[in-house]
Design a protein. Sequence first.
Length: 374
Amino acid sequence: MLVQIRDRNAVSSIPIMNVLSYLNSRGWHDAGAWGSRPATIYTKEHGGRTWEILAPTKDTIADYAESMAESVAILATVEDRSQLDVFHDLMGAGADMIRVRSANGAATKAMSLRRSASLLNDSYDLLASAARATEKTRAAYRGKLSADVAEYLDSVRPLPGYYEGYALTLHSPVPVGFGRQEDFGDDFYAPFPRRATLNLAKSLKHSRAAIDDAIASNSLDAFEKAIHFGVSANLCDSVAELAKKGNGVEIGLFWAGVRPSNALDAHFSFSASSAEVLMEAARVFRRDEPSLDERIVAQVVRLDREPDEFDGRATLLAARDERLIRIRVEFDHSDYDTAIRAFGEHKSISVDGDVYKDGNGYELRNPRNLSLVM
């Protein structure tokens, strides 16, 4: 069905640079300015005739919406597609695109609300892990997002229609770049959104290679070496979930036309069976990686001394990574009364601190912001 767009606000929201990038990438020829008017003529030979599009050079002209609507209509006719599909591609020209799709036919089967929500959540975790690694690579990420990562994730948009099957396209907007950007060199420092998607491609590449190495060597050493390239427990878990639920998953990355990159479009495939390797790597990462500035909700299950002789040392019981663990802690003197009360009244506490592996257990260092959970 060839859908038409009649929403004036929708077509007027298409940025000029997106249209120019789209036309240049699809074989349209710049035939020069349209007289003294703020528009450029683009032409293309197709179906035995010459097609023309008048691309505005200003988005403040009175008939900008009409011009965009006409451009969308002509492109839809030439490409034999719906105007809605063309509109989404024009909007996507200003964004890096991440496409997640089942590798085994599930992309064509309608999904329930629960499965749709799961696909969105797993894809969110995938992109969040890459964005966090853009700031600092770590084996595992816990706690709240930084302001930059949160702002970036708020800018990413899923395209409509993801609920129709196990397939999802995400638009990750990037600033316009003029000329080819040296994203891999020192001459140009790519903006955060572009660095996040480049980092996603890099981490997927190294996680794919680490899986192959782990199977061949019966060792997870390759995953340890890949941490430097953005591979983390969070990334491994999200890819594993996508691969399991999609019966294999394909992940593609395509760079925004408005910001040309030296990087090539990237494609990665993960089988359902590779999910087990990824999940084991994630488990090891989380077991060994210190977690800084983590908020713990726990119960005080043991004081090392009686309350009247309490020296701050205690044992907490907390749920972490879907299991109960014991955490050793030494509270500051100012927190003694709160810890004793929590122990005596069997109340939960909330406390921030740095969680370290300590032999077969865990230790909470630098405890702070202790409070009772009412």
